[in-house]
Design a protein around this ligand. Structure first.
Ligand code: SAM
Length: 216
């Protein structure tokens, strides 16, 4: 039987590197971070498969390639403070914690927020902070952020509080749309976000009070 380390090495080679992710720090982080520690007990056998995996409450941990692609697109230099919307399993936050200074991550489903916090603690990660709440409001007490990542899709546009909480020149990456979604990288210039379209994707929808209202 292959060890967890062997499975991670194969995942990086076949699913991530072969599809074009080149950032050495991102690749090494994926080799080191045990994805199996972030999925439910009955899904551990599939932890390194090339797909999203259900984590309960109708939510998923994203496909490894997409997590790596988004991390690379943020071009992190290890000094950033990042906001993530949609903690889910906590895996993405754990990965980002190795690539930046601090990660603030918000999860709307209380049970998932608690479980993710425990999984992150178990990895002895001290620079990722989990909050339960509606991420479309952002985390104003900790703003401004150098980068923001959304792993749940707002239906039309980026919620205004997130635009406000991003630094000038900061990067925000998000899937946007309902039936079909477009993953885009946005750079903040003045009060606007300049979008760069990356690829079509399928994420779970953003839920919460203002996801459908607060648009720019
Ligand atoms: N990043 C996650 C991981 O590493 O496992 C995967 C996230 S999953 C695709 C999307 C998550 O966003 C779900 O856990 C969902 O409950 C959460 N979510 C949806 N709307 C939200 C909101 N308004 N605020 C915070 N979290 C939200």
């Amino acid at each position: 039987m292959r060890t967890s380390q062997q499975l991670r090495n194969e995942m990086v080679k076949r699913q991530i590197e072969n599809r074009g992710v080149r950032d050495g720090r991102v690749l090494q982080t994926f080799r080191n971070m045990p994805r199996d520690e972030f999925v439910p007990e009955d899904a551990k056998a599939w932890a390194y498969d090339d797909c999203p995996i259900p984590i309960g409450y109708n939510q998923t941990i994203s496909q490894p390639y997409i997590v790596a692609f988004m991390a690379e697109a943020l071009e992190l230099s290890s000094d950033e403070r990042i906001l993530e919307i949609g903690t889910g399993s906590g895996y993405n936050a754990a990965v980002l914690s190795k690539l930046c200074r601090e990660v603030y991550t918000i999860e709307i489903i209380p049970e998932l927020a608690k479980r993710a916090e425990e999984a992150i603690e178990k990895q002895d990660i001290k620079n990722a902070f989990v909050r339960q709440g509606d991420g479309s409001l952002g985390w104003p007490e900790e703003a401004p952020f150098d980068a923001i990542i959304l792993t749940a899709a707002p239906p039309k546009e980026i919620p205004i509080p997130l635009v406000i909480q991003l630094k000038q020149g900061g990067r925000l990456i998000a899937p946007v749309g309902e039936e079909t979604q477009e993953l885009a990288l946005y750079i903040k210039q003045g009060i606007s976000l300049v979008p760069y379209h990356l690829m079509p994707v399928r994420f779970v929808p953003m839920i919460g009070k203002i996801a459908k209202q607060a648009t720019l």
